[in-house]
Design a protein around this ligand. Structure first.
Ligand code: FAD
Ligand code: UDP
Length: 365
């Protein structure tokens, strides 16, 4: 056989696994369906502005091993994500913190804010069973109605009562005046965008782009002893149990001949009357881009259908039952390993995907 390992997909899971395999002395081939490397962290240059082609990607982690690893390939700037939310004509700070509470209720102290939230939380008894209950248990009814309900229902295309509670647990709740969206120890954006990270990981490794593995499965599988597959798990099995649901996104990306459009990298649009959930102004990720123009992307969620990119797994009960059947099947598929957000049908951040590829490499390579 020509290769020890075939890696399907050049996103973070595939690229980190390929890198680790090469370090072990394995001969690796990576195949990638798209015309570029990096999966969803890919950036496109627009006259000096790094455009996050598949949505805002902010690196944040508390895992020192992961942080040291990525810093071995690229330098990071000190970007701190502090998005704003526009709801009913007014701007609010995110995540939910003392600035938000002061803007909504006019409170001045943590105690005043906590008293209001405690009062509004009372309706939820016991362990929250869905996103609505979880949100109210976390921040109370006012914030749920002003900043969560409409955004979430747009994002997921489902009622908050039908969504899993864990989605909202991602967001910090703070009783300090601190607009940092993440609690992690380390945070930043690679100063030259994410492409050099992937190029560094895949340096010296054979790569075939514009290649859909599933269209030539037998041919590629015969080239290597083992396969790491990072595409959608249901597609690998030709949807034999049915299709998993995903949310897709449409990005309306525009170049504007003005130097500063919204004064912040990310502004969330909560109201259901606005089709998009976020507007990203890419130059603000870099902190030092002095261009006369700017590039913005309006991000609109929609249900995934054939021909669109799969962005978010929909981890509700129905889909998790279906995923488990594929997962069970994959355990019996010899010499093929499934990893990453599509193959594991998991809402994974970048650092977690890297940590998972480390774990996989230690166990199997
Ligand atoms: P992917 O990046 O999806 O890579 C899979 C690759 O496999 C793709 O390149 C695909 O083309 C290829 N592929 C699939 N099928 C085939 C096939 N049949 N043949 C060949 N190739 C194939 N994480 C953060 O930490 N911070 C953020 O701010 C953040 N923001 C995000 C915003 C959005 C809108 C989204 C959707 C995700 C965000 N993430 C963020 C998550 C992050 O994108 C993922 O953690 C990471 O990209 C997952 O890497 P992966 O390798 O698992 O998947
Ligand atoms: N969310 C919300 N209002 C906001 C931002 C987020 O209700 O202004 C909710 C929404 O349900 C979303 C979840 O919090 O799906 C997680 O938000 P995050 O910003 O982490 O989403 P991602 O960046 O993964 O799209």
């Amino acid at each position: 056989m020509a290769y020890d390992l075939l890696v399907v997909g050049s996103g973070l899971f595939g690229a980190v696994t390929a890198y680790k395999a090469k370090q072990q002395g394995l001969n690796v081939l990576v195949v990638e369906k798209r015309h570029h490397l990096g999966g969803n962290i890919y950036c496109e240059d627009n006259d000096g502005i790094k455009v996050h082609k598949y949505g805002a990607h902010i690196f944040h982690t508390s895992n020192k091993e992961v942080w040291d690893f990525v810093n071995g390939f690229v330098d990071f700037n000190r970007f701190t994500n502090s998005p704003l939310a526009l709801s009913k004509g007014k701007l609010y700070n995110l995540p939910f913190n003392m600035n938000t509470f002061a803007q909504i209720w006019g409170v001045k102290t943590p105690k005043q804010a906590l008293d209001i939230i405690e009062e509004q939380r009372r309706g939820v008894k016991g362990e929250p069973q869905n996103l609505e209950q979880q949100a109210i248990a976390l921040v109370g009814k006012d914030i749920y109605e002003l900043l969560i309900k409409e955004y979430t229902e747009k994002q997921w295309g489902r009622d908050c009562k039908d969504l899993p509670a864990f989605i909202i647990k991602r967001l910090p709740l703070r009783f300090t005046f601190d607009n940092n969206y993440f609690n992690d120890t380390y945070q930043g954006i690679p100063v030259d965008g994410y492409n050099p990270l992937i190029e560094g990981l895949l340096a010296g490794i054979d790569v075939e782009m514009n290649t859909d593995f599933l269209k030539q499965k037998a041919h590629y599988q015969a080239l290597a002893k083992e396969v790491v597959y990072t595409g959608p798990i249901d597609a690998y099995y030709d949807f034999c149990f049915g299709k998993l649901d995903y949310r897709s996104l449409h990005f309306n990306t525009q170049r504007l001949e003005q130097d500063n459009y919204q004064g912040n990298a990310v502004v969330n649009y909560i109201d259901k009357e606005v089709a998009y959930t976020r507007v990203i102004e890419h130059k603000h990720f870099a902190l030092d881009t002095n261009t006369k123009h700017t590039v913005i992307s309006e991000e609109s969620p929609l249900e995934w259908r054939e021909g669109l990119e799969r962005y978010y797994p929909v981890n509700d009960d129905k889909n998790m039952q279906l995923y488990k059947r594929y997962r069970q099947l994959s355990k019996g598929t010899e010499a093929v390993h499934f990893g990453g957000r599509l193959a594991e049908y998991k809402y994974y951040d970048m650092d977690k995907v890297i940590a998972s590829a480390f774990h996989f490499s230690k166990r199997f390579l």
